[in-house]
Design a protein around this ligand. Structure first.
Ligand code: PMP
Length: 337
């Protein structure tokens, strides 16, 4: 079978049994291999749907510019899909995000605007900055510009409602009991939730420390404590993508729990992932303990680990943050005898 363009290569990712955590919990814990998308992350799906919706509405014209505020992965997806369709991308990214993601964005042809990290309520937060830049470029670019707006553009969750959720259902022959993942924009959890909850599947939300959703769904208050080194997740408000979705189960997964899971995943299963995947699997373990043995629980393997070589996979960075370091990551190369 031959794909006619990059867009057709997005989605239809396999489910991989996560053997250690499945055996430990007595549940089937399956990871949806979103790192196998062309842009190596779950966000390719949202990028494609956002671009398609903007073309369909007439907002995005041939040769137009797509502007987005992103932790990286959405920008990589938009830039690659955009390149395949003849659109330019301008990406506003908090300068705290990994160097590898910034390098990949430049490789993918995006114009990068790095801004200091600011809370959402600050008008210089990267999302507000991107919105203003899109408004300016809409006036000055010859073919116009749009703001992709992944957080509040529900074309994002529509991608997961129409593709990720139904894929999980079909791949498990309808035997899936639970689905859980963390939220950045909330597009994945809400979109999959809206696809699977009506089919009787329990859908959970796993929050990293520093995010406010756990307290919101558990205690009705958008409140956060602590922090996390995971990138791309950790939401402080109810985005338009989260509106109308209510999780059946919520939990918090601190880095001290998530990181050893990510390290084991590489050491014992050959899966090299980013930090958000550790929060997702930590959530799946908690959901398995809550539901009891014998259930099938699906989570998301969000993005490939090479994107975090300088942080999560760097012993000096981990030590500096007081986080656990896997022994094999810290061993010097062997001398040639
Ligand atoms: N993990 C990573 C690495 C991400 O970049 C993102 C998206 N920012 C997510 C998880 C969360 O996905 P969503 O935006 O669909 O909630």
């Amino acid at each position: 079978m031959t794909y006619q363009n990059l867009a057709e290569a997005i989605g239809d990712t396999p489910l991989i049994r996560l053997n250690r955590v499945s055996d430990a919990t007595g549940c089937e814990i399956l990871g949806k291999a979103e790192f196998m998308n062309p842009g190596q992350s779950v966000k390719d799906r949202a990028a494609l749907y956002i671009i398609r919706a903007a073309i369909a509405s007439g907002a995005l014209s041939p040769g137009g510019t797509i502007v987005e505020g992103t932790a990286g992965n959405t920008g990589i997806g938009l830039s690659l899909v955009g390149a395949s369709m003849g659109f330019k991308c301008v990406i506003v990214i908090p300068d705290s995000q990994s160097q590898e993601k910034k390098d990949m964005l430049r490789l993918a042809g995006a114009t990068l605007v790095e801004v200091p990290p600011k809370p959402y309520k600050d008008q210089n937060n990267y999302i507000h900055y991107a919105r203003r830049l899109a408004e300016e470029l809409a006036q000055t670019e010859p073919n116009g510009a749009i703001f992709a707006n992944q957080f509040d553009n529900t074309a994002n969750r529509q991608a997961h409602l129409e593709t990720t959720g139904p894929e999980v259902w079909d791949q498990t022959n309808g035997m899936v009991d639970g689905f859980i993942c963390a939220a950045g924009s909330g597009g994945t959890v809400a979109g999959v939730g809206m696809a699977l909850q009506p089919r009787g599947v329990k859908v959970g939300l796993a929050d990293p420390m520093g995010a406010a959703l756990y307290n919101f769904y558990e205690h009705g208050e958008l409140k956060s404590e602590g922090s996390s080194i995971s990138e791309g997740i950790g939401q402080g408000r109810i985005t338009a993508n989260l509106e109308g979705f209510t999780p059946d189960f919520v939990c918090q997964v601190p880095d001290e729990e998530a990181l050893p899971i990510v390290f084991d995943l590489l050491e014992f299963e050959g899966l090299c992932m980013g930090g958000s995947t550790g929060v997702n699997i930590g959530g799946a373990i908690k959901m398995a303990e809550h539901m009891g043995p014998g259930h099938t629980i699906v989570t998301i393997l969000c993005d490939y680990g090479s994107r975090y070589q300088s942080k999560l996979w760097n012993p000096a960075f981990l030590k500096d943050k007081g986080l656990p370091v896997p022994h094999w990551l810290d061993e010097p190369s062997r001398e040639v005898p």
